[in-house]
Design a binder for this molecule. Structure first.
Ligand code: ADP
Length: 374
């Protein structure tokens, strides 16, 4: 008997089934590729389903009773559970549909993995949560790396900075003849030693700051401040450097900057780096550095202008990169780390500001910083 041809309706159904099958396979492959553990929670019934990555990554057997909300909650580290619960209730009560958090999740061998949980909630007509679809991503290695970096930072700050400071202080005491007279040669060598220790301290400080920022350990504290006064303090700090090179410094206070809300420590760090660069990359005896500030709407605009070596066009795109130094800078100033501007840019962004510059080879440079000031 000849086979009956499938009706167009049947053909349509089988095409849909095939498309569905392909979609399911595609998602399974995506989760395999990203190692994401996927869950689907029905809030009304408290039932939960997981994809196979849960078993593969955390070692649970297929008969583990994983399909309840209680199972999930009981596998969160007790020290994290309360915080997560509070966090979830706030999320449910709000009107955001996405949520993410990091916590420790217990594996079948009893050890804990750090997971990044990112989820999406669907709500009913009254905004009450109905279903949560989420994914867990194992971030244990990243956390371990952060911890190692943290330990390294505190090691560097205590073990390296303290002896370096001692070298600098004694060097300065010798140089100031506080410990007796010195021959010319001795004085020269002592000065070199002290200079080198100052550079090392600056390098250690810069590396510490960069690491702190990258680890998210840099808190921003904004408070009312008189920006004109801060600039004056910043200028006073770099005056010895400028005088040694016979570079002039000028600043005209602006009354719109008398009361601004900023993080003074961060702003001083930005200003100091820009001023030191302006002096360093300007020719001795004919250098001029000008600072200006002005309040514009909600922003504080700061500019530091010099008539120095400028930044060659071809190198301008990389000037904020870590460790980058333009070739003309290396010629005029042998020592440098290329970390200062990177730090300035990261700090500016940390306080919600912007930084840019105008420069041409041999024609001087102006750096501009715009910071939220309200
Ligand atoms: P460093 O000064 O230690 O080299 P920075 O990160 O502070 O590191 O600066 C990076 C580079 O940007 C400098 O090496 C120099 O090439 C360039 N640069 C920064 N400020 C100026 C300036 N005022 N004039 C000319 N070049 C500058």
């Amino acid at each position: 008997m000849p086979k009956r041809k499938p009706s167009s309706h049947q053909r349509h159904i089988s095409q849909l089934e095939q498309a569905l099958q392909e979609t399911v396979e595609r998602y399974e492959l995506v989760f395999k590729a990203t190692h994401d553990i996927l869950y689907d929670l029905d809030i009304q019934t408290g039932t939960m389903s997981w994809n196979n990555e849960l078993y593969d990554r955390f070692g649970y057997a297929a008969d583990e009773p994983v399909n309840t909300l209680e199972w999930w909650v009981s596998h969160i580290h007790p020290d994290d559970a309360l915080g997560i619960e509070k966090n979830l209730y706030e999320w449910f009560a709000g009107n955001e549909n996405t949520w993410q958090s990091e916590y420790r999740f217990r594996k079948s061998n009893g050890e804990y993995s750090y997971v990044l949980d990112r989820s999406f909630v669907t709500r009913d007509g009254n905004g009450a949560p109905v279903r949560i679809i989420g994914s867990l991503f194992d971030i244990t290695e990243r956390r371990e790396l952060d911890r190692a970096k943290d330990e390294f930072i505190s090691l560097v700050s205590h073990q390296l900075r303290t002896p370096l400071t001692i070298i600098r202080v004694y060097g300065e005491m010798f140089a100031g003849r506080l410990l007796g007279p010195l021959t010319k040669l001795q004085a020269q060598h002592i000065a070199r030693m002290t200079d080198a220790s100052v550079r090392l301290i600056k390098l250690v400080d810069d590396i510490l700051d960069v690491s702190r920022i990258e680890l998210g350990h840099y808190a921003v504290h904004r408070e009312l401040a008189n920006f004109n006064q801060l600039v004056q303090v910043g200028l006073d700090q770099v005056t010895p450097l400028a005088s040694a090179k016979h570079v002039s410094l000028s600043f005209t206070p602006d009354s719109t900057c008398n009361v601004v809300r900023i993080d003074s420590t961060i702003v001083m760090q930005i200003l100091d780096n820009l001023l030191v660069n302006a002096i360093r990359y300007t020719h001795a005896n004919k250098g001029r550095v000008q600072v200006a500030c002005r309040r514009q709407d909600e922003e504080l605009l700061l500019s530091v202008t010099d008539n120095g070596i400028g930044i060659p066009k071809a190198e301008q795109a990389r000037i904020f990169d870590r460790f980058y130094r333009a070739h003309n800078a290396v010629n005029i100033e042998e020592h440098g780390t290329g970390l200062g501007l990177y730090l300035v840019q990261v700090l500016t962004k940390a306080v919600g500001g912007r930084i840019w510059f105008d420069s041409a080879d041999g024609q001087g440079t102006t750096f501009y910083v715009a910071l939220p000031a309200d």
